[in-house]
Design a protein around this ligand. Structure first.
Ligand code: DC
Length: 223
């Protein structure tokens, strides 16, 4: 089974997708972490985000997904960079590199390879912006998560504060709104709800309720 979970930043995708995968014993693939890893490579190379620089930087980007005790780790050139991916500038960089066709082509191919490999055993939960529309238009279940921007910003703010990455709430909200705009308005694979996706508004929902909603829909389809 392929479960596709899409939605804007802070809608609760990662938390929900990870917990759903754990409950079902499925593989969890956070595709945002892949875009973030590419963004980190650009930042480290001091390269601006453009098709021209991507032609130079991207061939040198050796990206790997590893699982340790069910947790997904991102490797860049063999180095575990997972702990660096939560930084706000990496999030914005991910949104920037996500506008480039060469980047999307490389990452979508890898997402499809992993998804196909584990679709039937044990099953996969993929989370991102374009999973239900582009990566797996034939997903067995598609969920589109939404939440009010202020609630999404508060979640990001709490997350950053808990990690000791200080931030101002106003800046976090502005960053979320800008990322939403860029992700929705980009020409390639923009963030949008697939016609056959179920909308899940998490503004007033607990994490447990979100997870249960998705697990119940999976069970119905397994039926
Ligand atoms: O889910 P996230 O916040 O970690 O994603 C970071 C950025 O990566 C997001 O703003 C846009 C880009 N992205 C994308 O273009 N397509 C995906 N499937 C996942 C993320």
């Amino acid at each position: 089974m392929i479960v596709a979970i899409d939605g804007p930043a802070g809608s609760g995708k990662s938390t929900t997708a990870r917990a759903v995968a754990e409950r079902l014993g499925y593989l969890y693939l956070n595709t945002g972490a892949m875009y973030r890893t590419v963004a980190l490579a650009f930042l480290r190379a001091g390269a601006e985000v453009s098709a021209e620089s991507a032609a130079v930087v991207l061939p040198t980007v050796e990206l790997d997904v590893r699982y340790e005790g069910g947790t997904m780790h991102m490797l860049l050139g063999g180095e575990d960079v997972t702990h660096e991916l939560a930084r706000p500038e990496v999030g914005q960089g991910a949104s920037d590199v996500g506008t480039l066709a060469v980047v999307r082509k490389k990452l979508v191919a890898e997402q499809q390879r992993l998804g196909r490999l584990y679709r039937h055993d044990p099953g996969v939960v993929l989370e991102g912006r374009d999973i239900g529309t582009v990566v797996f238009p034939d997903a067995d279940l598609k969920i589109f998560m939404i939440a009010d921007p202020e609630v999404r910003a508060q979640r990001r703010y709490d997350e950053l504060t808990a990690r000791g990455l200080g931030a101002r709430f106003e800046d976090v909200l502005a960053e979320i709104l800008e990322r939403d705009r860029q992700d929705r308005e980009r020409a390639l694979s923009p963030l949008r709800k697939a016609d056959d996706a179920l909308e899940l508004n998490t503004t007033h929902r607990s994490i447990d309720a979100q997870v249960q909603f998705v697990v119940d829909r999976v069970r119905e389809r397994e039926g």
